[in-house]
Design a protein around this ligand. Structure first.
Ligand SMILES: CC(C)(COP(=O)(O)OP(=O)(O)OC[C@H]1O[C@@H](n2cnc3c(N)ncnc32)[C@H](O)[C@@H]1OP(=O)(O)O)[C@@H](O)C(=O)NCCC(=O)NCCS
Length: 194
């Protein structure tokens, strides 16, 4: 008989009821996927990862070891979450006060990468293909293609889809050194033009 399960989960992983997990996804040792999560195809969920109820991950999302993804978070396709990075979902937590109906939402755009040990303070979306440096603490919304580092995170440049820095010329045009894709910077907004 053919198995309906087309994803791989290590025997120590725990997957709660109501989850949808896409074909080709792997879930490694000691990770816990809580109720009603939707995880796309071809994702890799590393070791000791916790994904709280109702989190949505797109296709080909790579979650490195020791990451916590809390309710309210959505990651689009091709997002990379570096080792031990952490999301948050309550801005002013108190142990004695229940704020379960006040979870803030955080969306991570397609192709964005979040470096090791970064913290995303909740309610601040991360734009498509943005890059968050290792150890950054994100306290503001991050624009598409922006490169931010530090605590609090500040923008130090722009990166393209391949993760290389974009150096804009006097016409506001930059070419990726690897892919040769072209980008235009206009009014502090970067768009891919080729
Ligand atoms: C952010 C990052 C992409 C920048 O790389 P880069 O473009 O090569 O930048 P540089 O090394 O030239 O650094 C530029 C400046 O930013 C600073 N900087 C770089 N990364 C930083 C970080 N994570 N936090 C704070 N400052 C950082 C550098 O010290 C340097 O400062 P200076 O101009 O005052 O000397 C890289 O440093 C980084 O953090 N990558 C993430 C790695 C990671 O977490 N991988 C996870 C998978 S294992």
């Amino acid at each position: 008989m053919l198995s309906k399960v087309k994803y791989k989960a290590h025997e120590t992983a725990v997957i709660d009821a109501g989850c949808e997990i896409g074909d080709g996804t792997s879930i490694w040792h000691f990770s816990h996927i809580m109720t009603n999560c939707k995880i796309g195809e071809q994702c890799n969920i590393g070791q000791n990862v916790v994904i709280s109820p109702e989190v949505i991950l797109g296709k080909n999302v790579k979650v490195q070891n020791n990451v916590s993804i809390y309710t309210g978070v959505t990651c689009e396709d091709d997002v990379f979450l570096g080792p031990s990075m952490v999301f948050t979902n309550v801005i002013n937590p108190r142990s004695a006060i229940n704020r379960r109906d006040q979870y803030a939402k955080t969306k991570v755009g397609i192709g964005a990468s979040i470096g090791a040990n970064a913290t995303i303070v909740c309610g601040h979306d991360i734009g498509k293909y943005a890059f968050i440096g290792a150890g950054a603490v994100v306290t503001k919304t991050v624009p598409d293609f922006a490169l931010v580092v530090g605590n609090p995170a500040k923008q130090i440049g722009w990166v393209g889809e391949y993760g290389h820095r974009l150096e804009f010329d006097e016409n506001g045009v930059a070419v990726c050194i690897e892919s040769k894709q072209e980008y235009k910077l206009e009014n502090l907004i970067v768009k891919r033009i080729k």
